[in-house]
Design a protein. Structure first.
Length: 197
């Protein structure tokens, strides 16, 4: 995503910069400006920006504009209103998911997500380098992930199958990490991984 101030030093302004970006790349562009005159707005709208924020602004306004722009970008082929429920604010893209954390959207690549555990209406996401807490149920979250790569293996646990190192009838191992394997999920895991236990 690009946040571009329309008033820039030099011969070209932010609108010219945005036009150059649009010719080469496809990602959301949000204009930030103190200009609201008709001439400036007319020039800007021809680029179909994903947002137009007037100065001065509150940080909440900026984060909301970014969130909507990212959501719409991720769902360009599926037009529709922005969901209002908080769980839906986690935006899925081709190889990653943006999760809402405070006033930010944090990008997590699927390849970096190892496993996750539910705690009531919250999920703890365990990644290669860090851990995140989001508001979502396990079933809602796993429905957004690539099927086959991610599996629910227990009423409270889901995993990235690429990092499985061993399985027995009661546990799944990811190196030294032990994840419980629920009996109700054993057959699903066996079918998904083509296993005989």
């Amino acid at each position: 995503i690009a946040l571009i101030d329309i008033h820039l030093r030099g011969s070209d302004d932010g609108i010219a910069l945005a036009r150059s970006i649009r010719e080469k790349y496809d990602f959301p562009i949000i204009f930030i400006t103190s200009y609201s005159d008709k001439a400036t707005v007319d020039r800007a709208k021809h680029l179909s920006p994903d947002g137009y924020i007037l100065k001065p602004f509150e940080k909440e306004d900026l984060f909301t504009s970014i969130e909507i722009a990212v959501y719409n970008y991720a769902n360009k082929q599926k037009p529709g209103p922005l969901p209002e429920n908080e769980e839906a604010r986690n935006v899925v893209m081709k190889d990653s998911i943006f999760i809402r954390k405070d006033y930010m959207l944090i990008k997590i690549k699927f390849e970096d997500l190892l496993w996750f555990r539910s705690e009531l209406n919250y999920l703890e996401l365990y990644c290669k380098e860090d851990k995140h807490l989001i508001r979502s149920t396990l079933s809602e979250f796993i429905d957004k992930l690539p099927s086959g790569t991610f599996l629910q293996v227990h009423k409270s646990y889901g995993i990235n199958t690429r990092y499985i190192t061993a399985i027995d009838h009661g546990n799944i191992w990811m190196k030294d990490i032990q994840i419980p394997l629920g009996r109700a999920y054993l057959e699903t895991v066996k079918r998904a991984l083509n296993l005989e236990l």
